[in-house]
Write a protein that binds this ligand. Structure first.
Ligand code: DP6
Length: 332
């Protein structure tokens, strides 16, 4: 038997951040979050079920992966094997399309693409909402990459896995875009998984973070409803800063910032003060992401080029949700 499923998923950048789990095994978050799916960065993945295999095998960008990486894939695929009641092992091939300078090797697109491909390979026909609960158990942020545009990850209730899923809030077809300022492409020093746990366990600011994130989510959804870009940007920037402030309160303190991150933030403020609205957000690394209107991207880019090299600046439009790839599209 050789069933094949192929899927493309784009990465996403949170405007209201997920930072902390209430259940580490099920990847249930402490707060709901909201993101923008990006067109410029994606993962293509194929899952081939092969009953001659005695274990799962995993190739990333054509290179066979070691036991540690393969074990993560194996655990994740077990969710699908249980649902399908079929224990066949799989060959997984993934290709990340992330400009090398971006340093955005994202688990978000990886597990969303793997979930989509596994769904097709096992012919499960799971709907997107259900699939987002599966993707979540690979990496929290991948819950949101199932959909395109502006996506909410509803935190759900208690320990009920099926209630913690993504919803498309808006297709974001109203002049939105993002510029990534790549500060450093090295592997992050502290993974988000470890960093968020340390923050939950030790930061005295953590309860305030949860309260603020809840308020910010309500406000940003209103801004989205009204297509109010300025408000969207203000809330995004403020929420990101609050997440980083909360981490600084952890023991030991966590900071992903580098001097050039501050330089980028200041440059964005300068551009804004000169009349072009644009706003920053940062994740578990030094890169700075600039939320802007797509129609003003080239003006902003010109200004950023005064301080950063061309290959440090990557522009992205809004991306779509997961989709199956045809044989013709699978060009590897
Ligand atoms: C700062 O999804 O990478 O990007 O669930 O442990 O795999 P795990 O963490 P991950 O965390 C992402 C954190 C963030 C904010 C966000 O994307 O919401």
């Amino acid at each position: 038997m050789k069933n094949i499923g192929r899927c493309r998923a784009h990465t996403n950048i949170a405007l209201i951040k997920y930072w902390g789990k209430r259940n580490n095994e099920l990847f249930l978050p402490m707060n709901s979050s909201l993101s923008l799916t990006l067109d410029a960065f994606y993962t293509d993945t194929s899952v081939t079920l092969d009953d001659t295999l005695t274990e799962d095998v995993f190739y990333l960008n054509g290179i066979k992966q070691d036991k540690t990486e393969t074990t993560k894939i194996n655990r994740f695929l077990n969710l699908f094997r249980e649902t399908a009641k079929d224990n066949t092992f799989a060959k997984v091939e993934s290709y990340n399309h992330v400009p090398t300078a971006a340093g955005l090797a994202s688990s978000a697109s990886a597990f969303a693409a793997l979930a989509g491909a596994a769904n097709s390979a096992w012919k499960l026909n799971l709907d997107k909402q259900t699939l987002s609960t599966y993707a979540r158990q690979g990496s929290g942020s991948s819950t949101r990459s199932i959909y395109g545009g502006l996506v909410e990850w509803n935190m759900g209730e208690g320990n009920l896995s099926e209630t913690s899923h993504a919803i498309e809030v808006d297709d974001a077809s109203w002049d939105l875009g993002m510029i990534i300022i790549a500060i450093n492409k090295q592997q992050k020093k502290l993974s988000s998984r470890v960093g968020m746990k340390q923050t939950v366990d030790t930061s005295p600011f953590y309860p305030v973070w949860v309260t603020e994130a809840k308020k910010d989510l309500i406000d940003i959804k209103q801004a989205i409803n009204e297509k109010d870009f300025i408000r969207l940007g203000e809330i995004t920037e403020s929420n990101g800063m609050k997440m980083h402030a909360t981490m600084l309160g952890a023991t030991p303190p966590i900071s992903y910032w580098e001097p050039d991150s501050v330089k980028a933030i200041n440059k964005v403020k300068e551009i804004r003060n000169n009349g072009i609205p644009c706003y920053v957000t940062m994740d578990a690394g030094p890169n700075v992401k600039v939320l802007c209107r797509q129609s003003q991207m080239s003006d902003i880019l010109n200004k950023l080029e005064e301080s950063f090299t061309n290959d440090q600046l990557i522009c992205s439009k809004v991306g779509e949700g997961i989709r199956e790839l045809t044989d013709e599209e699978w060009s590897y």
